[in-house]
Design a protein around this ligand. Sequence first.
Ligand code: DGL
Length: 274
Amino acid sequence: VKTDDRPIGLFDSGIGGLTVLRSLLAALPNESFVYLGDTARLPYGSKSSATIERYLLQNIAFLNKLNVKAIVVACNSASTVLVDGHLSGSFQVPVYNVIEPGAKAALAASVSKRIGVLGTKATVSANSYATCLLREKIPNTVVFQQACPLLVPLVEEGWVDDPLTNLVIHRYLSPLLSEKIDTLILGCTHYPALRGGIGRVAGSGITLIDSAEAIASAIIADIASSTLGASSGRSPLRPALRLMTTDVSSSFTEISARLMHPHVIPALEAVDIA
Ligand code: DGL
């Protein structure tokens, strides 16, 4: 069987994409990963699509230089520029966006097809989830979107189980709850860190779709059906995991360790991607 031992590259603006990495690490123990957190330029969610596209292209070029075999855009805000397909065919390795698998998982889970989406301002204004959900033309599909700009800083600050964060969640969710949604997409890779609080406010009648889990299942399926998979039995010379950030912050290491638990994380490497 042909195999490919090059690492899989992932990037996000910060630590949110670690929720994707955690799902991939658990499911693909033979794979090596390189993770880039573009903390110097975080947040992406408040930037224009032209700026986000520039960051995306730079991050992809940086990961390509590290000889990755595939790239996972573990950031919804950055994934928005991939959904309309204007960049398709421009990359040397497969590039996965997090939005399409999340939308697919939501349609499969929803009974009423009244689907809510939480995301950054960039993700909501790009309308990418609505585009993906509605293009399947499933009767009665209605999409309600809510931008939640305060949630990313709260996660980056480590306030994941805090009364203040819960109040903010309540405020953002209320309009969606009055629309009687039965499925809610966590359309930002930072939000799975708030899954407990979001789940409590949403209540048991609403299925939460974790975009991190949805993209992980899509990649696992692809690896199983291609020659993209690594050989089994890791060489001790091949580092299983590298974590890089474009800015050094003291809280990053601590919050990353918490998010990645029970996986042990290596020391963070500071990199310059420009
Ligand atoms: N984690 C990113 C996302 O999934 C958002 C973080 C940011 O705004 O930088 O959209």
